[in-house]
Every structure is written in C-alpha cells, then in structure tokens.
Ligand binder design. Structure first.
Ligand SMILES: NC(=O)c1ccc[n+]([C@@H]2O[C@H](COP(=O)([O-])OP(=O)(O)OC[C@H]3O[C@@H](n4cnc5c(N)ncnc54)[C@H](O)[C@@H]3O)[C@@H](O)[C@H]2O)c1
Ligand SMILES: N[C@@H](CCO)C(=O)O
Ligand code: NA
Length: 430
C-alpha cells in the first residue's frame, strides 16, 4: 500500500452525505486495502454547523465555507451531495479546476448541464463520476458506459424514481392517501428536498436524459424529455389498470428508432406479468434491450441514504484508484449526435375509459373518432350503468399525436359524458 493518504472533501451531510461519512469511517481499513492508500475526510461542508445529523461528524471537520473547502490544495476528490443546480455547479467546476476529481449524485445538474461538466473534467484531466445519480445503488451507468460499450442499445425502460413508485405502490396495495404516502417517503429519506421534483416526474426525467445519453452515445438534456408526473393518477386509473390485469407505474422510456431518440417519463399501465410490475416500494429497476445481449434487467434499491451512499463509495474507490495510478476513467461519449423525436411522433398505445349514453350509434361514433385519427382499436369493453354505459377502449400502436387528438375529439362529443381515464399502455406485445 502507498504511504500516501488521499483526501476527500464532502459537500452536504444530509440523507446521503451522512451515510457516506459513516461508511468512510466504518469501512476505513477495507477501503484503504481496495484503493491502495488510506482515505481521509479533509472536511465536510454543511449549511448549518448546529443541525442535528444522522451520524456524528468530528467538529473540526465541519465548515460552512464550501468554496474554501474545494479550493484546498490537499483535496484529491470532492463528493458533491448538496443537490440542485447552484451552488453545486460552481463548486464542482472549481473543484475540477483546482485539480480534484469529483463524485456526485446530482442528476438534476448532470441532466441540465452535463456537457459543460464533462468538458471541465476532460480539460482538467480529472474524473467526474455519478453512478448514484440514476437508480441509487443499482449499477446502471457503468454497465451502459463500459460493459455494453460494444453492443447497440435500442431501448431503456425503467422505474427510476423511488418516491413515486413507493406512493403508487402504497395507493395500489393499501389504498393509501397520496399525501400520507408522500410524507412517509420523505420521512424515509427517498424524496428530493423539494418533492415536487419527484411527483411531477422531473427527477425521473433527469435520470431518463442521463440514461439516454449514455445508452445512445448522444446528448439528451432534461428539456428534451417529455415529462408527466403522478399527481393526476386517480384511484379510478388504478382500478381500471387492475381490471386489465395491469398496474400503473411511472416509467422512464428511452428509445432509438430510425437513428432518432425519443425520451419520455409518464405513468403507464403495464401487465402484471411484466418484470417491472413486481417492483415495489422505493425499489427501482431498469430494463435494457440491446441488439446482441437481448434483454437485461438491473434491479435494486433506488433511493435512501445508505443505498445511495453505496454507489457514491463505489465511484470514490474507482476515482481514487485512478488518482493513484495517474489515469482517468472513460469520459463522455456523445459522437452519435442524434436528433430527439417529438412526443407527438412517438409511437405508443392508449387505454381510454369513457362514460357514454347507452343508445344506438354511440359505440359507432366512438369507433369513428379513433378511425378518423388513424388509430386502430385492439379491445373494446362495455358495461351498462342505467341509462349510461362505461366504454373501455385499448388502442393498437399509433403516434402520441394521433392518440391525443382522438381523446380530444372524444371529449368534445355530445354523447360522451366524461373521459374518465386516459393512460398509456407499455410493456405489452402489440
Ligand atoms: N436521498 C436519496 O435517496 C438520493 C438518491 C440518489 C441521489 N440523491 C441525490 O443526492 C444528493 C443529496 O440528496 P440528499 O437526499 O442527501 O439531500 P438532503 O436534502 O438530505 O441533503 C442535502 C444537504 O446539503 C446541505 N446543503 C445545501 N446547500 C449547501 C451548501 N451550500 N453548503 C453545504 N451544505 C449544503 C443541506 O443542508 C442538506 O443537509 C441530491 O443531488 C439528490 O438528488 C439522493
Ligand atoms: N428522490 C429520488 C432519490 C433517488 O434518486 C427518488 O425518490 O428516487
Ligand atoms: Na446507480
């Protein structure tokens, strides 16, 4: 083992940061053996010195001056666990400029401004690793970046937000109230500082952008991702899914077709027999389809302090080994420069439930609305309800533009009383 001691500066000691401190201390000997040098905390930047923390941090390590900490010449690696765009961005850029490598879990920042960060790392000859940013503890970025680098990935389909999966699961299995389930996810440390990012789908969209960039060797940022969250998912949607032998999940989907990428996050019905249907609680799973390997599934804890810290420590060991041997890992691979397909041209399927008047010609008029938009119908089910009827229509594949135009037309029809549920259908053969 080298006599050198490698120094780590930690920014942020919240849910994830405090677990990183714990693991660095509890596993110090193993980490030293694996890295080939002792690993020591140089300092921990916090917002408030007196906050109550999940782990005890020696007082002399704490500072509220993150800028001064990243400017220290003896720091080899900066771990950024503050979250958000600023000051995280400026701190990471100055860490790289000062010659430190960086490990971060900050998907919001990587998805918003990845190329500038990767360029700064390349210019500095340092590493920027972010495995914890997508699907927490699950190794998914390195498999895409390294293990699958010789294959052609065509599709990534994932449950990548623990908070929303936890909420949907609690609503589905225990009939839980949305607000109670969200409060529990916050209590368990899964949710973002502002949980709007979780429930509106922005957190999953950031992860989808990162996955798509790595899978398809191109640049996709958060703004390229069509994003719908779970706030409009109702108990009726859940029961409509159950009636179809399906379950509602918030999916992140990145696809490559005709050399264009399409990237989207939205709730969708998936059949109970699909492997993603059994992903419960705050667990995540990412399904990868590639030309030679076929289907691969990566599954595990997608959120929470300790699981996320596991991914951070994994990156830390790699980055420190690189430091010792004077090398860096693989940088950005964005040579393919692919166009992003608009959502309206993305192919999907819809499940639509409508309340209609139960009289002659109504079914034909509804069918005509689908036909006029070029949408073929796969399943129609009708249930009588006094003078009304509930119609459930499941379409064949069509573009999202054709499908949403059909729903608009249904909403405007005199004999349609209400469109009670509109949900995309994924993970099912045509
Ligand atoms: N919690 C998870 O399950 C999870 C999983 C994967 C990735 N992440 C990511 O990890 C990062 C940290 O998440 P978290 O859950 O630990 O958040 P958190 O809110 O629990 O912790 C963030 C900490 O940073 C501190 N902080 C904010 N601004 C600061 C500043 N300028 N200087 C010093 N400290 C500052 C806050 O006081 C807080 O203690 C985020 O980027 C998040 O998206 C979290
Ligand atoms: N808030 C995120 C943390 C993991 O990135 C989630 O719930 O999945
Ligand atoms: Na991960």
């Amino acid at each position: 083992m080298s006599d050198k001691t490698l120094k780590v500066a930690l920014l942020g000691a919240g849910s994830v940061g405090s677990q990183v401190v714990r693991l660095l201390s509890e596993q110090a000997d193993d980490l030293a053996a694996r890295v080939g040098a002792r690993v020591e905390l140089a300092g921990v930047a916090v917002r408030n010195l007196d906050s109550k923390r999940d782990v005890e941090i020696p007082e002399h390590l704490l500072t509220t001056d993150a800028d001064a900490l990243v400017a220290r010449e003896d720091v080899d690696v900066v771990i950024e666990l503050i979250g958000g765009i600023e000051p995280a961005r400026t701190l990471i850029l100055s860490a790289l400029k000062n010659g430190a490598s960086v490990v971060t879990a900050n998907k919001a920042l990587v998805a918003a401004d990845g190329p500038a960060l990767f360029a700064a790392a390349a210019e500095a000859g340092r590493d920027l690793y972010y495995e914890a940013a997508v699907a927490g503890a699950i190794p998914i970025l390195r498999p895409l970046r390294e293990s699958l680098a010789g294959d052609r990935v065509t599709r990534v389909l994932g449950i990548v937000n623990g908070t929303t999966n936890f909420i949907l699961d609690q609503m589905d299995t225990h009939g839980a109230d949305f607000a109670d389930a969200l409060a529990e996810a916050q209590e368990l440390g899964y949710a973002e500082a502002d949980p709007t990012a979780d429930v509106e789908g922005h957190d999953a969209a950031a992860k989808a952008a990162i996955l798509a960039s790595l899978a398809f060797h191109t640049r996709v940022n958060a703004e390229d991702v069509h994003c719908e969250g779970i706030t409009k998912v109702t108990a009726f949607d859940a029961s409509a899914a159950a009636a179809m032998g399906s379950v509602v999940k918030l999916l992140a989907i990145a696809e490559l077709s005709d050399e264009q990428v399409s990237v989207r996050v939205h709730p969708a019905m998936i059949p109970l027999k699909h492997p993603l249907a059994s992903v419960r609680g705050a667990y995540n799973a990412v399904f990868v389809e590639s030309e030679a390997a076929g289907q691969l599934m990566f599954y595990g804890p997608g959120a929470g302090g300790a699981p996320t810290a596991s991914a951070v420590l994994g990156d830390l060991v790699t980055v420190l080994r690189n430091r010792l041997s004077g090398t860096t890992g693989v940088g950005e691979s964005a040579y393919a420069d692919r166009a992003v397909r608009p959502m309206s041209e993305t192919v999907t399927r819809y499940h639509v439930a409508i309340d209609v008047e139960d009289r002659a010609g109504v079914l034909a008029a509804v069918a005509q609305a689908f036909a006029d938009n070029g949408v073929s119908i796969k399943i129609v089910r009708q249930e009588g309800r006094g003078d009304d009827a509930q119609l459930v229509v499941v379409s064949h594949q069509a573009t999202d533009g054709q499908l949403s135009a059909t729903v608009e037309r249904l909403r405007g029809m005199d004999n349609v009383r209400d469109v009670t549920s509109v949900m995309r259908v994924e993970g099912e053969a045509e």
